[in-house]
Design a protein around this ligand. Sequence first.
Ligand SMILES: [Zn+2]
Length: 330
Amino acid sequence: MDRVTKRCSLCNSLAKLEYQNMKGYIENSRFDIYSCTVCEASFADPLKSDEKIYNYIYKQAERVPGYERYFRFSKLAKKVINPLWYLCNAEGVYWSVREALQKNFQEQKNISILEVGSGLGYLTYSLNTAGYKTTGVDISEDAILKAKKYYGDFYEVGNIFKLAEARIKKYDCVIMTEIVEHVEDPRGFIQACLSLLKSGGKLILTTPNKSATPAGTIWQGDIPSVHLWFLAEKSILKMAESLGRRCEFIDFTEYSRMYYTPSRVYSMDEIQSEAPRLSKNGQIFPGREAGRIKSFFFGLKVRYWLSYIRRRLKVKQVSHRTINLCAVLS
Ligand SMILES: [Zn+2]
């Protein structure tokens, strides 16, 4: 196959070269971006994830732009009575997970949930606090050790493909937030997660939504090789279809009625001006550290009251889509 076309591994259709020589997350790394002509997925070439990047990121999560908020969530979850409520107010991703749980399991909390890619562990902990029996699994020993030490015994180290063989049909629900765009083979990954589900079980996944961006948008979110994929609703639908599964998307209308939802799309020039993010040995470049907001509580309160005012004034830019999608596969 020539250089301008590749095969999309999600739907097996042709993908076209959209952007050449994109500067990657790590100094001196370069990627080409392809976009599938059928399922609209964008993906990086080489399609190769790099484990050491995550070690670099998680060792200094509180200073890495985009990841420092995960660090703050992890601190916050322990300090409040209802951490799930706080997460839902802080970010649409968590709101959509709770929405998907309520929609698919109603008030039933006595279900077994596996959170895949639990990272720092705050969502698993928050779900447990809310009454959902949830186990968090992550490939990173370091992350699991930290999560266990901080929140308790809700976690285990594991590789999803091995787990899928050992625990066929063991769970009512598998949750993965913002994971699938990081993996080399989203279809294989999702297939493994689906095999963990009991019959009638649900896979809830969130990922940045290409369908929420104007036509022709090539890339948003983290640059390769942190994110390797940028998926549209159609990408998830096609994948579900090829796996013989049903797929529904969570409607964000209610969320966007309550909360301000950013819709700004970054140009490739802007995205590239921030690259690379880390030096070859994982250092953050001077001046590129994440800003340190003193009080995350204060930030949340401001967001809550601004949203309250928006609701009262009925200032609405209501949309059923936000920058992230939430799909439920069954
Ligand atoms: Zn495709």
